[in-house]
Write a protein that binds this ligand. Structure first.
Ligand code: NAP
Length: 316
């Protein structure tokens, strides 16, 4: 599909993409560009890329497709760094969880002779780093693309074909709409999980010990989400401020409604609310978005292992 692909930032998402690229033969040469020497060593040991460099501008030279897979807060600097190294007609995409700010940064920092197609795979886990990636991460998941108004349609089609080859389905959206939708489905739940687990951390020692010892499934599920990467999530909230504050306001009002119902003993209100939420869960299960086909974690080139189903990770 491409002669040369460069992935910048070889963590969970970048390395999962690398595995999917190798498994599906999507390019002749795959380059890992990551400033961390340690990441480079892991990439070499696991043979996740054909070339490895810590020099980002050097790493994008001659690449037809460049995928920025760093935390959102680093993307503007990355774009600045690689701008002079990009070849004419190269396609630059990203995987950031926030789109308005990222699309703006890429548009402002990258030269006119490249095609910018921002993207966001709705797939992930609470784990970070190249050792935790797996090729099947994107299978049967959505990937949202937010092309700029003047992006060449052929570049959008190529990025679409790329994600489809990795197993995803594509949806095209305005970046602002993306940020509002993901604000509700992903960013708010993470904020709530961080809060609940944070509250437990602040309890006195004896109670905290019992919270961990008798951790019921509700709290356990929140701790999994709250184990997500702090850098990534700090950047998400700093870069999706308006949408998050808007959904947080609505959430606070709904929570106050439940608080009132409990105080007044309004069982009918509680039952009605919980029945509606149950229907949403069933709709998600019916849409096939509640479980994961999980990692082979095997070496590239090996045939994929039969895929057991496992509970979904933090599908950011
Ligand atoms: P990750 O595992 O922490 O990987 C991020 C990688 O980027 C690391 O190798 C990191 O190196 C590198 N990096 C950090 N700053 C950099 C810089 N300035 N220049 C170049 N490389 C840099 O994170 P991830 O989970 O793959 O997330 C990557 C992106 O995917 C984020 O934008 C996130 O919003 C998005 N995303 C994540 C998920 C998810 O569930 N995790 C899902 C969808 C989208 P060091 O380790 O040395 O810092």
């Amino acid at each position: 599909m491409f002669e040369r692909i460069t992935i910048i930032g070889f963590g969970l998402i970048g390395s999962s993409l690398a595995r999917a690229i190798k498994q599906n033969n999507l390019c002749k040469t795959l380059v890992c560009a990551d400033p961390s020497e340690e990441v480079g060593i892991t990439v070499k040991v696991h043979m996740l890329a054909d070339e490895v460099t810590t020099d980002l501008a050097e790493g994008v030279k001659d690449s037809d497709l460049v995928i920025i897979s760093t935390p959102v807060g680093a993307m503007r600097d990355v774009a600045k760094t690689i701008a002079s190294g990009l070849k004419d007609g190269a396609i630059v995409t990203d995987v950031g969880s926030v789109k308005t700010q990222v699309a703006l940064a890429l548009q402002q920092e990258l030269p006119d002779h490249v095609h910018v197609v921002p993207g966001h795979p709705i797939a992930g886990t609470e784990n970070s780093g190249p050792e935790n990636g797996f090729a099947e991460l994107f299978r049967d998941r959505w990937c949202i693309l937010t092309p700029l108004s003047d992006t060449d349609i052929r570049a959008v089609e190529k990025v679409t074909a790329f994600w489809e080859a990795c197993g995803s389905q594509i949806e095209i959206m305005d970046p602002e709409h993306h940020d509002l939708v993901l604000g509700i489905t992903s960013h708010l739940p993470h904020l709530i999980a961080y809060t609940i687990v944070g509250t437990a951390t602040d309890l006195e020692d004896d109670i905290r010990g019992e919270v961990i010892k008798f951790s019921a499934s509700g709290f356990r599920d929140f701790t999994r989400i709250a184990a997500s990467d702090p850098t990534m999530w700090r950047d998400v909230f700093l870069n999706n401020k308006d949408a998050v504050l808007e959904v947080l306001q609505r959430f606070t009002e709904d929570l106050t409604g439940l608080q009132k119902a409990i105080r007044k003993g309004d069982g009918e209100y509680l039952y009605r609310t919980f029945s509606e939420t149950r229907a949403i869960r069933r709709a998600i299960v019916d849409a096939g978005q509640a479980t994961y086909v999980y990692p082979t974690q095997k070496q590239e080139g090996a045939p994929p292992a039969p895929a057991p189903k496992k509970a979904a990770g933090s599908q950011e």
